[in-house]
Design a protein around this ligand. Structure first.
Ligand code: C2E
Ligand code: CA
Ligand code: CA
Ligand code: CA
Length: 276
């Protein structure tokens, strides 16, 4: 009887050991990727629905591997667990500031750059200092840098997170709550935190013009955000029908493959200039 219980335990331990080893290898590869400059940012346009203009670009991390890219969902969790997200995040913020300089040089200085900031990074001590320094070094104007935060950060250390957010706001950074509606107790966050935008998760935008449940959720979120004086950004817009519905129902901004996929900066600049 005793050994019967031990067999699965042993097998389980072995699995865990392998995973730990793999995790270590991956963490080492991530660190090397940073040194070898294998990361790059792609930029996805965010459109203002009232006039169709591109008002912001979301910076999305890419890890180049030969001809292809490792998707961020595969390595960001590990980068967070190992703390490597802090140097990666610092690099990302600097790239974003430089991207804004390039936009400004092309007469597109009023297009903002939105950066995803991981909970680990927000809670690390130097994020504010880093942003202040970058803003100064690259003369990034107020409002040109947006930070996207998910609810998980706000749940773990609500007081620290709130302080950081207030400080970011003072430093001229706008704040969006990302993937809204997929976490917990979202209402309290909307009420208590210094936020500028709510990003409606792709799950609720899908087929919103025909899916009655999604339509109800989107309508409610748009109305809620408006009541709290927050802007709304719909994510994952994949069709003209979804876009038209969102515009008709008072959503402020939209992002998705229908408007533009994440691409290198030069390419998205071309797209903005062609549309203007
Ligand atoms: P996210 O912040 O929710 O980013 C949106 C994701 O949806 C991106 O995936 C984007 O490529 C994808 N997307 C955009 N439009 C559409 C659409 O119309 N249809 C569909 N099906 N997908 C669309 P991506 O680039 O693979 O990024 C995945 C996640 O990785 C991001 O989700 C974000 O949480 C994280 N991430 C990406 N870059 C960074 C970064 O620099 N730092 C941190 N901490 N996280 C990042
Ligand atoms: Ca995001
Ligand atoms: Ca999102
Ligand atoms: Ca997401």
């Amino acid at each position: 009887q005793a050994w019967q219980e031990q067999v699965p335990t042993l097998a389980y331990d072995r699995v865990m050991a392998v995973q730990a080893a793999e995790r270590l290898v991956l963490a080492r590869r991530i660190r090397r990727a940073l040194d070898r400059e294998e990361f790059e940012l792609h930029y996805q346009p965010i459109q203002r629905l009232s006039d169709g203009r591109i008002v912001a670009l979301e910076a999305l991390l890419r890890w180049r591997q030969g001809e292809g890219y490792v998707p961020p969902d595969l390595f960001i969790p590990l980068a967070e667990a190992s703390g490597l997200i802090v140097p990666i995040g610092r690099w990302t913020l600097e790239q974003a500031a430089r991207a804004h300089v390039r936009l400004a040089e092309r007469g597109l200085g009023d297009v903002a750059i939105a950066v995803n900031v991981s909970p680990v990074q927000l809670l690390a001590d130097d994020v504010l200092e880093a942003i202040g320094e970058l803003r100064e070094r690259y003369s990034v104007p107020r409002g040109a840098l947006h930070v996207e935060l998910t609810e998980s950060v706000l749940m773990r250390r609500p007081q620290v997170a709130r302080m950081r957010m207030l400080e970011l706001r003072v430093a001229g950074v706008r704040i969006s709550i990302d993937d809204f509606g997929t976490g917990f107790s979202s209402m309290a966050y909307l009420r208590n935190l210094p936020l500028d935008y709510v990003k409606i998760d792709r799950a609720f935008v899908r087929e919103v013009h025909i899916d009655q449940r999604n339509a109800s959720i989107c309508r409610a979120l748009i109305s809620l955000a408006r009541g709290l004086d927050l802007g709304t950004i719909a994510e994952g817009v994949e069709s003209a029908e979804e876009l038209a519905w969102l515009r008709a129902n008072g959503c402020d901004q939209a992002q998705g493959y229908h408007i533009g996929r994440p691409v290198p900066l030069e390419q998205v600049i071309g797209l903005i200039q062609a549309a203007a």
